[in-house]
Design a protein around this ligand. Structure first.
Ligand code: SER
Length: 386
C-alpha cells in the first residue's frame, strides 16, 4: 500500500467515526515549553488539560513530528528517525480505553490487513482493564506483555497531561531479531501504534519516570499515534523507511551522488540512511521557519545538516549533497505537504550556505587535527590531549 493510501485510509476511518480532521500544526509549536512539535497531541494540550473546551470531542490528524533524542540510532536501527508523520485519533473527554482499543484493532486488521497473529500488545504493569479489553477483542494472553513506567506510561517530557499507554507492536519475523515479544526485542517486534489513556497531570521532573503526578485530569481522554514510516515499511515490505515510497527517491539521489549502490558496507549503510533521513527533517524544518543557529531549534537544524554532510563525505560525496537531497524530498513529498514546495527556494538557499560554511570548517579542522597528529607522532606519542 502506498503512503498516500495509508494516510487516506487512516483519515477516512476516523472521520467516518465522528472525528474532525485537523491539519498538522507546524514544527515550531505554539507551546513555549516545547522546542519542536514531537507528538500529535501537542496542539491539543489545552483540551486535555481542560483549559479550553473543544468544539469537537473527537479529532484526527497527521502530524509532522521532529524528535532528536534517538538521533544516534538513525541508520543503526530500522525504526528510528528524526522526522516522521504521526497519524493520530483523539478523544477529549469522549470515548476512552474500550473504543480506542477497538478502533485500533479494526483499522489494523481490516483497514490495513495486518495478520492478527503478528500483533503483540504491551500494557502498563497495573492496567488490568486494558489487558482485559485486548483479551476480549481476541488477542491471546501470550501476546500481551506488561511493562513499567519507562515503556508504558506516556508524558510529553514536560508538565502536561499524561497517562498509562498500550502499544501495538508488529512481529517483523526472525530476520529482524530475537523471539520473545516487544519486552525482549523492539527491532523485531516494532512498535507501530501507541494508545495513551490520558488521565493524570504531571509536574516538573525527570522525563524517565520519576516526575510527580499532580492529580487526575478533569476528564479522561485518548491520544494515539500510529507511525506512518513504520507502517509503510511493513506494508511495502521494506527494511526501513529509506526503502519506502516516502524516502526511496531520496536514497536514489544519494546513491547517484555517491556513485555506488546502497547498502554497501555496514558503515556505508548507516551513512546512506543518515543522509537520506536527515535530508527529510532538514527540508521540513526549514519549510516551517527554522533557520540554522547556535542554539535552540536552530541548533537542532544545524546539527542535522552537519551530520548529513559528514556522512555524505564518508560515502565519498565531495560535491554539494544537501541541495540535491532536499530537492528530491520536496519533489516526492511536496504534493502532500505544500509548504515544502512553497519554500523550495529558501530551503535550497539555506542548505547551500550552511554546507559551504561547514565544508570550510571541516577542511580547516581536518588540517589542524592532522598537524596535531603529526606533531604527536614526532614525539612518539599515540595520544592527543583533549
Ligand atoms: N503521544 C503519544 C506518542 O507520541 C501517542 O500519540 O507516542
Amino acid at each position: 500500500m502506498r503512503s498516500t493510501q495509508i494516510r487516506s485510509t487512516f483519515l477516512d476511518f476516523f472521520t467516518s467515526r465522528g472525528h474532525r480532521h485537523f491539519p498538522s500544526s507546524p514544527l515550531i509549536p505554539s507551546d513555549p515549553t516545547l522546542l519542536l512539535a514531537n507528538a500529535g497531541m501537542n496542539q491539543f494540550k489545552p483540551y486535555f488539560l481542560g483549559e479550553v473546551t473543544p468544539e469537537f470531542p473527537r479529532a484526527t490528524t497527521i502530524q509532522k513530528c521532529a524528535r532528536t533524542s534517538d538521533i544516534d540510532n538513525v541508520g543503526r536501527t530500522n525504526r528510528h528517525a528524526t522526522f516522521f508523520e504521526m497519524m493520530g485519533n483523539f478523544s477529549f473527554g469522549d470515548y476512552f480505553k474500550a473504543d480506542a482499543i477497538a478502533f485500533a484493532w479494526e483499522l489494523l486488521t481490516q483497514g490495513y490487513n495486518l495478520e492478527k497473529d503478528r500483533l503483540w500488545i504491551t500494557v502498563y504493569q497495573d492496567d488490568d482493564e486494558a489487558e482485559q479489553l485486548w483479551r476480549k477483542i481476541g488477542v491471546p494472553a501470550e501476546r500481551i506483555q506488561r511493562l513499567g513506567m519507562e515503556d508504558n506510561f506516556w508524558s510529553m517530557g514536560v508538565p502536561g497531561p499524561c497517562g498509562p499507554c498500550s502499544e501495538v507492536n508488529y512481529d517483523r519475523g526472525p530476520a529482524f531479531g530475537r523471539e520473545g515479544g516487544p519486552a525482549v526485542d523492539g527491532e523485531r517486534y516494532v512498535e507501530i501504534w501507541n494508545l495513551v489513556f490520558m488521565q493524570y497531570q504531571r509536574g516538573e521532573g525527570d522525563k524517565k519516570g520519576d516526575f510527580p503526578i499532580l492529580g487526575d485530569l478533569a476528564q479522561q481522554s485518548i491520544d494515539t499515534g500510529l507511525g506512518l514510516d513504520r507502517l509503510a515499511a511493513i506494508l511495502q515490505d521494506a527494511e526501513n523507511v529509506c526503502g519506502t515510497d516516502l524516502l526511496r527517491p531520496t536514497l536514489t539521489t544519494v546513491q547517484e551522488l555517491a556513485g555506488r549502490d546502497y547498502p554497501g558496507s555496514a558503515e556505508e549503510k548507516v551513512s546512506f540512511q543518515v543522509v537520506t533521513e536527515h535530508a527529510r527533517s532538514i527540508a521540513y524544518l526549514i519549510a516551517d521557519g527554522v533557520l540554522p543557529a547556535k542554539d535552540g531549534r536552530g541548533y537542532v537544524l544545524r546539527r542535522l545538516m552537519r551530520r548529513a554532510v559528514r556522512h555524505a563525505r564518508l560515502l565519498g560525496i565531495d560535491q554539494a549533497v544537501l541541495a540535491p537531497a532536499t530537492a528530491s524530498v520536496i519533489a516526492n513529498l511536496g504534493g502532500v505537504w505544500p509548504e515544502l514546495t512553497a519554500q523550495a527556494a529558501l530551503i535550497e538557499q539555506v542548505v547551500t550556505a550552511e554546507e559551504e560554511s561547514f565544508t570550510r570548517t571541516l577542511a580547516q579542522g581536518t588540517r589542524l587535527l592532522n598537524a596535531a597528529i603529526t606533531r604527536s607522532r614526532e614525539n612518539r606519542s599515540t595520544t592527543l590531549t583533549g
